[in-house]
Design a protein around this ligand. Structure first.
Ligand code: ACO
Length: 212
């Protein structure tokens, strides 16, 4: 390994060692504080996870980068496992944040959903998929934000995410949207979509918790 590669690998390992909880929440405020602000390997670590997520979804560019997180109002939930040698390995990410969405129901009525909580990126390393890691990460997100899975919008969900939501939360029915966000029928409480303004659920304030 060349000297600069070794230097980077050491930085990533040092950053990984700081993920001491099973689920850690990072946002712009947390990234300005210790220990995250001082970690030279954190960009490589998070951007690497973001690239792996993009590759798994067949995307050309990563949805999750640390520089984007530093500049915005999104939260990144990072799942960390402990390897047999005792080292810590961040292997999953879930990025969420608010967006203003327009939703059309099957009859053509629409609603504006300002400040809607959305799942923007979700990934578990291939070697750990289908072992309940995603479910634990997702449950930690819902608990931290006092949200229900049906109250969240999903940005262009992959077949695996659709299967995940059906399995763990019984969510299956939605009207396809041009913007490719999925909002399940349960979001509307079973009522037909008729209102043209956002409802109370959609206006629920976001609660960003600190880093665990
Ligand atoms: N094929 C079909 N369904 C799958 C697959 C798969 N290869 N992998 C996971 N699932 C679904 C199934 O419902 C599965 O239950 P089953 O094994 O009984 O069929 C369930 O998820 C497993 O639940 P967990 O083990 O808790 O989930 P996991 O740790 O695998 O994480 C995740 C789920 C994040 C979707 C993961 O599979 C993954 O990273 N996939 C690749 C990237 C991806 O598609 N991310 C979503 C992009 S869309 C977005 O982010 C808005």
């Amino acid at each position: 390994m060349r000297a600069n590669e070794k230097w980077r690998a050491e930085g990533v390992a040092a950053a990984a060692a700081q993920f001491k909880e099973e689920v850690t929440i990072l946002d712009a405020a947390a990234l300005k504080r210790s220990p995250w602000a001082q970690l030279r390997g954190l960009d490589d670590l998070i951007d690497g996870l973001g690239r792996a997520s993009a590759a798994a979804q067949g995307l050309k560019a990563a949805v999750t980068t640390l520089s984007h997180l530093r500049a915005g109002d999104q939260r990144l939930y990072v799942y960390t496992t402990v390897e047999p040698d005792g080292s810590r390995a961040p292997i999953g990410l879930l990025k969420v944040g608010p967006k203003t969405l327009y939703h059309w129901d099957a009859t053509g009525n629409h609603r504006c959903l300002p400040n809607q909580l959305c799942v923007l990126d979700f990934y578990v390393a291939e070697r750990a998929q289908r072992q309940g890691v995603g479910a634990r990460l997702f449950a930690a997100f819902l608990a931290a934000e006092s949200a229900a899975a049906a109250a969240v919008a999903y940005d262009r969900p992959s077949p695996k995410l659709l299967a995940f939501l059906r399995k763990h939360y019984g969510l299956a029915r939605y009207t396809p949207q041009r913007n490719n966000y999925v909002i399940y029928e349960e979001f509307f409480g079973g009522a037909k979509c008729g209102a043209k303004n956002g409802d109370a659920l959609a206006r629920r304030p976001l609660t960003s918790r600190g880093v665990h």
